[in-house]
Design a protein around this ligand. Sequence first.
Ligand code: PDD
Length: 285
Amino acid sequence: MSESLIAYVNGEFLPMESATVHIEDRGFQFADGIYEVVACFNGFFLDIEPHLERLDRSCREINIILPMSQAALSDLVQEVYKRNPFRNAMIYIQITRGASARTHLPPPGLVPTVVITSRQLPIPPDTKVAQGASAITLQDIRWKRCDIKSIALLASVLGKQEAASRGAEEAIWLDEQGHALEGCSTNIFATIGDTLVTHPLDHQVLGGITRSMALKAAKACNIPVEERAWRLDEPGLSECMMSSTTNAIMPITLVNGQAVGDGLPGPMAMQLRSWMLADMEAMQA
Ligand code: PDD
């Protein structure tokens, strides 16, 4: 299967096997780079502009000058999609500062490395949605700029490993006061009373594109929304859910082995999920 996959690397479209970057790429040596994951349904990209805006912002925050316009990058993303066999695809874009002899301080004039790949979009089966996901909580051990979509994801890798070893799919990071921040690769929401609650955008969370989509859908439907610090043991909490490009909204029904609310996917999660899926369908009509 992988024989037929094509990747974009620094100006060339190459078979995945021969698509390589330099061993002294700063992404490899320092995790000195950023990334994006964009979903494509049947040729229609979901919110590509906000993804490319966020990519541009991540670059600016770490002083990498995006080596092409967002429009040119968008064209490349579409080209990579077309050259690969997946109808529903997950496009991965990675930009690093470039390659040079290893010194912490980057020398001036480096040419950023640009890699784009396309893979099958992993769509969670209905049975998974009907059951809900299971999560654990962990003390946040990440750096203090989680708003940047950095490729330095070691903490998240460890979090996912810990979750998997305890039979769960996601680990929710907690701050020192026990507030739920976000997951290793998802934003996290709760239903508290009749309100959809999620942590505000700051240095401790990524500004998820799906998070904005969910908040927009909720506000459009007059669901009260609060962006504030919250805890999983708050009185009135009846639902928990996670959002990401690959999950849309996914209910979380178990946290640390304990049922959330009645242990079933809640009405808020299912409503938001169906609105979002309807929007995605409409986009393809
Ligand atoms: N992860 N928070 C973190 C830490 C993430 O890594 C992600 C996305 C999200 C959700 O962002 P969005 O809705 O824009 O996908 C929140 C991607 C999918 C990944 O690393 O594969």
